[in-house]
Design a protein around this ligand. Structure first.
Ligand code: PEP
Ligand code: MG
Length: 576
């Protein structure tokens, strides 16, 4: 019987396929003791399995190609590190040597011990590393059982699982998986970001997926709406096929806009910048005619590793981004670690009571001056290769901007004295994502060269609604009168001072919301390249003058419904 399940739309795309259900690694292993005489042989069996898992990781690493090499590679490196972790390995040896457990049972006991430690961790990011550990332990177990890495014949299948590790995604896609449904996770997780880059449909948070779906069930996954249809009816199948044809046609149509200007019907040019981190994103941004990079998130360079990247590594990465955009400006955001973006290198605090309000973004940079200066040096050196702008995250007031400016000035003087070629002038901008910065903007607008509004965080701090908490549902939404009024105020303050203002949060890539941002006076959007052409099409359909004439009406909306009614009157797509 047809059944519909709903989750969070984490990566768009439609897929039809048979379900491959993967239960979490509970390691259902019975207790097994071994005689003293077999201890050495059992240890050897375990060590061979660990070696084989290591070897497998190594091969996977070598086979990685293309733009995602860096991101996926970092997760594989993390898994390789776990395979060398003395805590894990010595514990296993001890359980075999002293308690004389069989290797499989020792693995299970050790997994449960470590799970208890991870469970007790406050830090959500560290807690989520248990998925990585489970993956690694699962591989050792598979080698003990001499099982193949992944079941063969995944082609055309939809993986249904509890959690998906970012490092698995590229491999699963290469094996033919066409979509993934997970019972946990969120649309803002690393897996979701990677799935979007890979164009692999992903629906997360489908709580009862593992209880309802069996191996071999036929599923339709709609990665844009988050809907899963189990055992689809003939009408569902027809609808799915029609949707696919429609999507293919739309892609062809969109492709024609590659070299077209982003110009409204009444001839106003709008700037589309790109949010990009990987080389592939940069190449796409360039190919689609983005006006530059509006947000280059540097913290991804710092995550998943034991030591922060040094000046040379950062310099090469930033320089390549600059070269990749061949003359178009590249906005490099200084480190925005902290909260849900914790690191392994010990820069962020592990025991903060309330990390979203803690030592993150520019606060962390200022608390770690040596790390901050190293990054500023690398950014400044990259400016010798093309236009670079520096963007400061999590600014709460003027002091932080002035502190970074002072450091920049000092570091630039040192670099020049050392003979480096730097740009004459490096524009410095502030992310507006903390309400205090938005409200007090007129006090420091003269101290910045441009603004970038981070609506992802601005919405969470303004509405006191955690951006990662699915349970809050519509409470976390930009469609709130307070959000629109504050956006309007920030845009107006920036423009009155002739400072460019962009929005770089996720809403800037949502074509359905384009009329709102345009009505509020926004002329620069920074968005992921995957949605750039859709946004260009939406903008080309808009009569900006007519839209802006209704700005007062939009700002008078008293609630979400009022904003939605305005959007519908403006011909926007109804929101789900
Ligand atoms: C934002 O907060 O809107 C933003 C773009 O930054 P991040 O998502 O990296 O916090
Ligand atoms: Mg932010």
């Amino acid at each position: 019987m047809t059944l519909r399940l709903k989750g969070a739309a984490a990566s768009r795309g439609n897929a039809l396929g048979r379900a491959r259900v993967r239960f979490p690694h509970a390691l259902e292993v019975d207790e097994r003791r071994i005689p003293a005489a077999n201890v050495e042989a059992e240890l050897q069996r375990l060590h061979l399995a660990v070696d084989a898992a290591r070897e497998e990781m190594h091969h996977l690493r070598e086979r990685l190609q293309g733009a995602l090499t860096k991101e996926v590679g970092e997760f594989l490196d993390l898994h390789a590190l776990l395979l060398d972790d003395p805590e894990l390995l010595h514990g296993l040896d001890e359980l075999i040597r002293t308690s004389r457990y069989g290797a499989e049972y020792a693995l299970r006991l050790q997994r449960d011990r470590l799970a208890a430690v991870f469970d007790g961790m406050e830090d959500a990011y560290l807690k989520s590393r248990m998925d990585d550990l489970d993956h690694v332990i699962g591989r050792i177990h598979a080698f003990l059982q001499k099982r193949q890495p992944e079941p063969k014949g995944l082609a055309g299948e939809i993986l249904v699982c509890a959690a998906i590790a970012p490092s698995e995604l590229a491999q699963l896609q290469a094996q033919g998986v066409v979509a993934i449904v997970a019972t946990t996770g969120s649309a803002l997780s690393h897996s979701a970001i990677l799935a979007r880059s890979l164009h692999l449909p992903l629906v997360t948070g489908v709580a009862d997926a593992l209880a309802r779906i069996k191996d071999g069930d036929v599923l339709i996954v709609n990665g844009a709406s988050g809907e899963i249809i189990l055992d689809p009816s003939p009408a569902d199948l027809r609808e799915h096929q029609a949707l696919r044809r429609e999507l293919a046609r739309e892609q062809r149509q969109l492709g024609k806009l590659r070299s077209k200007p982003t110009r409204t019907r009444d001839n106003v040019d709008i700037v589309l910048l790109a949010n990009a981190e990987s080389r592939e994103d940069i190449a796409r941004a360039h190919a689609l005619g983005a006006g530059g990079l509006g947000l280059y998130r540097t913290e991804f360079l710092f995550m998943q590793r034991q030591r922060p990247p040094d000046e040379e590594e950062q310099f090469h990465t930033y320089r390549d981004a600059v070269l990749g955009m061949s003359g178009r400006p590249v906005t490099i955001r200084t480190l925005d670690l902290g909260a849900d973006k914790a690191d392994h290198s010990g820069l962020t605090l592990a025991d903060e009571e309330n990390p979203a309000l803690g030592l993150r973004g520019v606060r962390l940079s200022l608390a770690r001056p040596a790390v901050c200066d190293t990054q500023l040096r690398a950014i400044l050196r990259a400016s010798g290769y093309g236009p670079v702008r520096v963007l400061i995250p999590m600014v709460s007031g003027r002091e932080e901007i002035m502190a970074i400016r002072r450091r920049l000035k000092r570091v630039a003087a040192q670099l020049r004295a050392q003979g480096h070629a730097l740009a004459e002038r490096i524009p410095v901008g502030a992310m507006i994502e903390v309400p205090s910065a938005a409200i007090a903007l007129d006090g420091f607008i003269d101290d910045v060269d441009f603004l970038s509004i981070g609506t992802n965080d601005l919405v969470q701090y303004l509405l006191a609604a955690d951006r990662n908490n699915q349970a809050l549902g519509e409470l976390y939404s930009p469609l709130h009168p307070a959000v629109l009024r504050l956006l309007s105020q920030v845009i107006a303050t920036g423009q009155a001072a002739a400072k460019p203002v962009a929005v770089c949060g996720e809403i800037a890539g949502d074509a359905a919301l384009a009329p709102i941002l345009l009505a509020l006076g926004l002329t620069e959007f920074s968005l992921h390249p995957s949605t750039l052409l859709e946004m260009r099409r939406a903008i080309r359909d808009i009569d900006l003058g007519a839209l802006q004439a209704t700005r007062a009406k939009l700002l008078q909306a008293r609630d979400r419904k009022g904003i939605e009614r305005w959007l519908q009157r403006m011909g926007g797509t109804p929101l789900s």
